[in-house]
Design a protein around this ligand. Structure first.
Ligand code: HEC
Length: 112
């Protein structure tokens, strides 16, 4: 019984450690960002169709562009090809940009 309590305590400690943002990798936080901001239109995973047929899946975007170039575009808050389209302009702060590009890199590597 005492043993079991110790185990539960350990599990709780683990959970606390991996709590919001702390133990998560940048790519995981980027995944949360794209889920929140991009998934309404773009497919954000390793497979699947975009909800908005005109929006290319992020994995294709990750392959088509150099992630460094995207980083720049995100930083400027301008999506060059987004003018006069449905996609709203986004501005991200530098840590978020790092997370977004980390996620795109992981997509490119095929393991989101
Ligand atoms: C309201 C729908 C919508 C949302 C939300 C959205 N997009 Fe888009 N996005 C589009 C559409 C439609 C296109 C393709 C047409 C265009 O260029 O605007 C596109 C194109 C793009 C392109 C250019 C692709 C290319 O081949 O040139 C990038 C990069 C991109 N989106 C990234 C993102 C990211 C990152 C997010 C989240 C932060 C996001 N989009 C959120 C609709 C959306």
């Amino acid at each position: 019984m005492i043993y079991r309590i110790a185990l539960i305590a350990l599990a709780a400690a683990n959970l606390a450690l991996s709590g919001p943002a702390l133990a998560q990798s940048a790519a995981q936080r980027g995944g949360a960002l794209v889920k929140q901001h991009c998934a309404a239109c773009h497919a954000i995973g390793a497979s699947g169709e975009s909800p908005n047929a005109k929006a290319p899946p992020l994995r294709e975007i990750a392959r088509k562009y150099k992630v460094e170039d995207l980083e720049e575009a995100f930083a400027e808050g301008v999506m060059v090809s987004h003018q006069a389209t449905e996609m709203p302009p986004f501005t991200f702060d530098p840590p978020q940009i790092g997370e977004l590009t980390a996620y795109l890199r992981s997509l490119k590597a095929g393991n989101p």
